[in-house]
Design a protein around this ligand. Structure first.
Ligand code: ATP
Length: 239
């Protein structure tokens, strides 16, 4: 819609209630990029996604998306602008079927209706089509993660935020999920990715940010960050 980055965060402070978690975060994501957010447990990665999607409280700074100020908008308003959040822990409806989960996640934004979007999700994840009438609780961890991503895609996002999509999955499934993230990116969806799987995330990402105790410690092209000594501290810190 406009020139400049798709997502631009300046001087962000955020937290929950009176508790401050993030300070002075600057971040940019250009359309078409995969931007990775790294950091040890508790560094504030989830809070950053929550602040962008309107779940956490923003106490300072601005968040601009697609040329508009979205700072402090409610989650429903943020998703309607084309910014979808696939939360940590998947948060799908266990008792609903696969298809019902997709229905419940549909957000009418553009000209494309529910059925067209659902078909896109089924094309990306054939297993979800095969098991469309199964309760979500009967799906494996990897399939549930695919469903969680599918739900986010039902909002026809320009930017997809993924919070630890590889968490708790077997190595083979993790590779499948990363393959899908690259496919989504190729199809024109930008991605903001929070990951503990540092190596894979930096292989697939364009740019990376490293958070420490609620602040941005390091930022740069993914390849440079991968070679940076601060990453060793992160590994040790997380161990
Ligand atoms: P993790 O990988 O463990 O999720 P993270 O980097 O995503 O780590 P956050 O989940 O953003 O970190 O947590 C940052 C800090 O915010 C932690 O100290 C956590 O205890 C705190 N926190 C998280 N959720 C809340 C909440 N709802 N209310 C108050 N504090 C919270």
């Amino acid at each position: 819609t406009t020139s400049g980055p798709l997502l631009r965060i300046d001087g962000l402070g955020a937290g929950y209630g009176r508790v401050g978690i993030l300070s002075d975060i600057d971040l940019e994501l250009n359309a078409g990029e995969i931007v990775v957010v790294l950091g040890a447990n508790g560094a504030g990665k989830t809070t950053l996604l929550n602040a962008i999607s309107g779940v956490a409280r923003v106490s300072a700074g601005t968040i601009r998306f697609d040329g508009q100020d979205i700072t402090g908008l409610r989650p429903e308003a943020v998703v309607r602008r084309g910014l979808a959040h696939c939360p940590e822990g998947r948060q799908i409806f266990q008792r609903l079927t696969v298809e019902e989960n997709l229905v419940a996640a549909h957000v009418r934004r553009g000209p494309r209706g529910f059925e067209a979007l659902r078909e896109d999700v089924f094309t990306l994840f054939p297993i979800l089509k095969e098991r469309r009438n199964a309760p979500a609780s009967r799906m494996s961890g990897g399939q549930q993660q695919m469903l969680a991503i599918g739900r986010a895609l039902m909002a026809e996002p320009k930017l997809l935020m993924l919070d630890e999509p590889s968490l708790g999955l077997a190595p083979k499934v993790i590779h499948q999920i990363f393959r899908i993230i690259l496919d989504l990116s190729q199809s024109g969806i930008s991605v903001l990715l929070v990951e503990q799987n540092v190596q894979l995330a930096l292989e697939c990402g364009d740019h990376a940010y490293l958070l420490t105790a609620g602040r941005c410690r390091l930022e740069g092209p993914a390849q440079e960050i991968a070679a940076h000594s601060a990453l060793n501290e992160l590994y040790l810190g997380a161990a």
